[in-house]
Design a protein around this ligand. Structure first.
Ligand code: S3P
Length: 169
């Protein structure tokens, strides 16, 4: 089984993806890290040098590539991955998806304290960040909600999520 972990920046996709993969005994991939390895460049540099549209094309390409090479795996996507092109259809046709739902206030707090460089939110004041998250989340939730299961913060337990996924196949 392929499991895709989706959700907004700062929702904890990689943090939860790792224990799920460990419990299943399969490989874990973080799509952003994989793109950086393949391109020999950082996400921030790709955005800066090639623009967002080029980055979105790379996301789709490497999501396809990783999926084709791994029948059993856990992949945490980038926050925007499911919301471009036919990526959400692709994700749901190749495996099960888990949406990590998170409140705007929690996302704002986490992203303000994160050390990861994220080009879409770089240089924003706390107020700007909060309204950016509100707006983007509203735009993206219709895609995220197409996931096989939606998981709230309090329900984040790797083995429980695996069980729910097994019963929903
Ligand atoms: C993005 C999220 C980032 C990364 C890029 C764009 C987005 O991934 O792919 O900075 O559009 O939400 P994370 O969700 O892992 O931060």
């Amino acid at each position: 089984m392929r499991i895709y972990i989706i959700g907004f920046m700062g929702s904890g996709k990689s943090t939860l993806g790792k224990p799920i993969a460990r419990a299943l005994g399969c490989n874990f991939y973080d799509l952003d890290n994989y793109i950086e390895q393949q391109m020999g460049s950082t996400i921030a540099a790709i955005f800066e040098q090639q623009g967002e549209a080029a980055f979105r094309a790379l996301e789709t390409k490497y999501l396809e590539e990783l999926s084709a090479a791994n029948e059993n795996c856990v992949i945490s996507t980038g926050g925007g991955t499911p919301c471009f092109g036919d990526n959400m259809e692709m994700i749901n046709s190749l495996g099960m998806s888990v949406y990590l739902q998170q409140e705007v206030s929690v996302l704002t707090h986490r992203l303000l304290n994160s050390k990861i460089s994220r080009p879409l939110i770089a240089g924003k004041t706390p107020e700007q960040l909060r309204s950016f998250i509100e707006q983007k989340l509203a735009e993206r939730e219709p895609y995220y909600k197409r996931a096989s299961i939606t998981v709230a913060d309090a329900e984040r337990d790797a083995s429980r999520i695996i069980n729910v996924l097994k019963f929903s196949t």
